[in-house]
Design a protein around this ligand. Structure first.
Ligand code: SF4
Length: 494
């Protein structure tokens, strides 16, 4: 069996605030709209949102996403402003052009909520029905939003990527054994899997586009202010912290990387909460961790020691282009004869490709063998998985071995086991935004610990993944993206 999910599926560019409650339902509604738009007697489409989608759907923008999907929009290209309010501000009876074509009358009540009904396929379920003018049913499909923006239509084959990967593995142990057998880094193995369906240049360009979207999201969040949408009226903090750090650094002349790390994560998750353009990593709720750790490396560590074999940064890590082997052609793309700045930029981009590919190979294991869905496994499945992906990726770009990478991912996941999902007000804001900043810090700590060891460790990544799966099964549904327990019931929404 293969656990491998393409980087271009795991890191998909979409809209906030939730991959499972916004991006997935948008994709499901779009798929249904395409299937029924040509039905000659189509007069009405209704949508029922079950389980977690019904419980926290309004706070997560699910009905807005359904309307955007019925209109034929794609999460990758739709203007986030079009999704926001698509249902909330809908004028009942106005014409909705299904898939941009067939006009039908649509009312807000055509989307209904059934939080107490849990379908057996997945906690995030939705059924769409198409009707003619006499009320006769023309078509009906049930979809499951299984996390990270992935969907599965009942009766259709599994949603896990069917990429014909040359290197198939079902566990971290098999992944390490494959790398040993073929003399590959984890990133190299992932790159070869990607190149089964894309050219080397396309893989490199695609990874660069993912990074560009991530870094644009960080920048947007760092330069925004005001209050986030929703009843909690949560103030955005990333922009304020950016201004404070810039002022402090200008005064002292000293950088504060650890504080920036948290600000990067807050920036992404505030953009997500505002319904902005976000990359799933591997979900929207946990979207800040992978970009924040990558930005931390890009900004504070990547150039340190370029040209030397063992440079030591002010933070104690060993870094440097020779140590990273960034001139080896293992992530695709060539470093040209441009000036030093261009070479440094090219090296950083190669490092980011390595980071993303390593994170992909690890994230695939969580998706295949446990879950990346908060509604299925609690927050351990979202933030825990993202933290492990970031820890492994950082270890890779810091020159870690495959076993140190596996160790870092294991450390990061181990200390998120049991983490519940209890978003206040059903919004992806509290505790989600701060939680990403904390997890980014944990990812860096996990990478540092792993890099100080030799890769030997007591608990394997596979054991932790299986423990996360079992813990998710045992966890009460109150703590799985229903907002029926934990902080969600102990914090007064005002
Ligand atoms: S608590 Fe965690 S899993 Fe739940 S919505 Fe927030 S980030 Fe996602």
């Amino acid at each position: 069996m293969t656990a491998y999910v393409s980087a271009f599926e795991l890191f998909s560019i979409g809209v906030g605030p939730s991959s499972s409650h916004t991006v997935g339902p948008l994709r499901a509604a779009r798929d249904f709209a395409r299937r029924v738009a040509d039905a000659p007697d189509l007069a009405r489409i209704t949508t029922e949102l079950f389980g977690s989608l019904g419980a926290t759907g309004i706070g997560h923008g699910t009905p807005d996403a359904v309307v955007a999907g019925l209109l034929g929009h794609e999460p990758e290209t739709v203007d986030p402003a079009v999704v926001r309010g698509a249902w909330t501000d809908w004028v009942d009876g106005a014409a909705l052009r299904v898939d941009g074509r067939a006009p039908i009358a649509f009312a807000r009540e055509d989307i209904s909520f059934a939080p107490r009904t849990r379908l057996p396929g997945h906690p995030n379920a939705m059924t769409l029905r198409a009707w003619d003018a006499t009320g006769a049913l023309l078509a009906e499909d049930t979809y499951y939003s299984i996390g990270g923006g992935f969907i599965r239509r009942e009766g259709a084959s599994a949603a896990v990527s069917a990429v014909p990967s040359p290197f198939t593995y079902g566990s971290a142990a098999e992944l390490l054994a494959l790398c040993d057998e073929h003399g590959l880094t984890i990133a190299e193995l992932a790159r070869r899997n990607e190149e089964a369906t894309r050219s080397e240049a396309d893989v490199a360009a695609g990874l660069d586009a993912i990074w560009d979207a991530m870094s644009a999201c960080v920048e947007a969040g760092l330069h925004a202010d005001g209050v986030l949408p929703g009843i909690l009226r949560v103030k955005r903090r990333a922009g304020v912290i950016r201004a404070q750090l810039e002022e402090a650094e200008a005064g002292t002349g000293r950088e504060t990387p650890g504080e920036w790390l948290g600000a990067f994560a807050l920036a992404v998750n505030e953009e997500n909460a505002a319904g902005g353009r976000v990359v799933t990593a591997p979900t929207n709720g946990a979207a800040g961790i992978v970009p924040a750790v990558a930005m931390y490396w890009w900004r504070f560590l990547a150039d340190a020691g370029l040209g030397s074999s063992t440079a030591v940064t002010p933070y104690g890590e060993l870094v440097g282009s020779a140590l990273l082997g960034l001139h080896a052609p293992d992530e695709g793309g060539e470093v040209g004869d441009a000036d030093a700045a261009a070479v440094a930029e090219a090296n950083r981009r190669r490092g980011i490709r390595r980071y993303l590919l390593t994170a992909t190979a690890l994230g695939s294991l969580f998706k295949a063998n446990a879950s990346i869905s908060g509604a299925e496994g609690g927050c351990q499945a979202e933030v825990g998985s993202a933290c492990a992906m970031a820890a492994g990726g950082l270890t890779a770009v810091m020159g870690g071995t495959n076993r140190q990478i596996e160790n870092a991912a294991e450390i990061a996941m181990e200390h998120h086991l049991g983490l519940t999902c209890d978003p206040v007000g059903g919004l992806v804001q509290i505790p989600c935004i701060e939680r990403n900043a904390i997890a980014a810090s944990t990812a860096v700590t996990a990478a540092r610990l792993a890099l100080r060891g030799d890769g030997e460790h007591f608990v394997s990544l596979d054991t932790v993944v299986e423990t996360m799966r079992q813990t998710g099964i045992d966890m009460s549904t109150k703590y799985k993206e229903t907002s029926e327990g934990g902080l969600a019931v102990n914090v007064i929404e005002c």
